[in-house]
Design a protein around this ligand. Sequence first.
Ligand code: SF4
Length: 430
Amino acid sequence: MSTPATGKTAASKDASQERQKAMIQAYFSRLARAPDEGKKCVYTFVPGNLTELLGAFGVLPVLPEINALQSGMRGKSRDYIGLAEKLGHSEDVCTYVKCDIGMLKSGNVGPTGERLPEPDLLLLSYTGCFTFLKWFELLGQEYGCPVVMLHVPYQGDGVITDSMRRYVVDQLKKKVIPALERISGRAFDEDLLREQLARSAQAEDDLVWVLESAKQKPSPIDAYFGGVYYIGPIFTSFRGTQDAIDYYKELRAEVQERLRLGKGPIIPDGELREEKYRVVVEGPPNWTSFRQFWQMFTDEGAVVVASTYTKVGGVYDNGFRHDPRRPLETLAEYCMGCYTNLNLPTRVQMLSRYVKDYGADGFLINSVKSCNSFSAGQLVILREVEQRTGKPGGFIESDLVDPRYFSAANIKNRLESYFQMIEQKRGGGT
Ligand code: SF4
């Protein structure tokens, strides 16, 4: 019972999308040239990444999760995962890890077709996911390079205390900064770090403005499927750079124009003409059938107005900004504030707030098989958010980059039933 609500115009890419594509391509080329140019590379993870600090030392971050998801979107993950499983990695292991190991064993050619550099350092920022430890243990064995761990305390009580902050700052001073000084051959320059942080804050302001534009009706953006593109530069290697400032400025101007014209979001087919349902989504998307998954929403006229996945590399809409006046403390707070480091009550509160503030008709959980950091407790979240908001919740299951766990027919059926339920509730049905 799909109602096509899309304007099937030829998909024209916005200038910001073109800019982002070029930025990413150029970054992978820079990584490919790094060994010849004598540039040092640090592998690290998205949640709790210290991009500004790395930038202050002139070293290049490499993010294995991004390589895995990009490989998934480009149809390469199936073979990589198959190879990792042949080498003995269990079916239960997070598929980002297996995709990465498979890629490494296939010659370490990155998603854009260029070779990735070997790490000079593995910087393990531990933000709530045990898999991170095991992943870098494996890479440490493969590369034989140094590993430094930043232990980020979990926000078990839903707050960041002074002692937690001091604990992280202490590790930055005593472990992380000395390790970066060793590999880069440079002394730590706090002023350079402050400059990076100031640029981050500027880009973060524009990102938050874009995400919050979805409170308008119709929403000019899709804050999940479109949102993953919007968070790309800020969650990866571009925070602290002029490129990030320029990208978010351009994106904001585009969204402002869509708002002025009363237009809905850009979707793969063109633009959404009729906003029938507004939903909040919890959990990461599926990357191997990303477009098909998105299409299942747009076919129903559904727009995602807020999502938690777009907070996995920083929850900026609660007011956090990198603060150049307190360089190390702000990095500590950033790491502790990432979504995967928040406890269940905080996540429930956040989702309930989104449902209310964004005028949503309901919320959906995409529970991915791979990721315990996201999936543990999602059924409790479902029940709690339903109780607090009085809005219906829906539950679908897929995976990040393992195409064996994306069952299109099942997901489509569930989504159709879910939107029918919203329709019935609107009409006063039971
Ligand atoms: S389990 Fe989740 S958070 Fe951990 S590495 Fe895999 S996808 Fe990332």
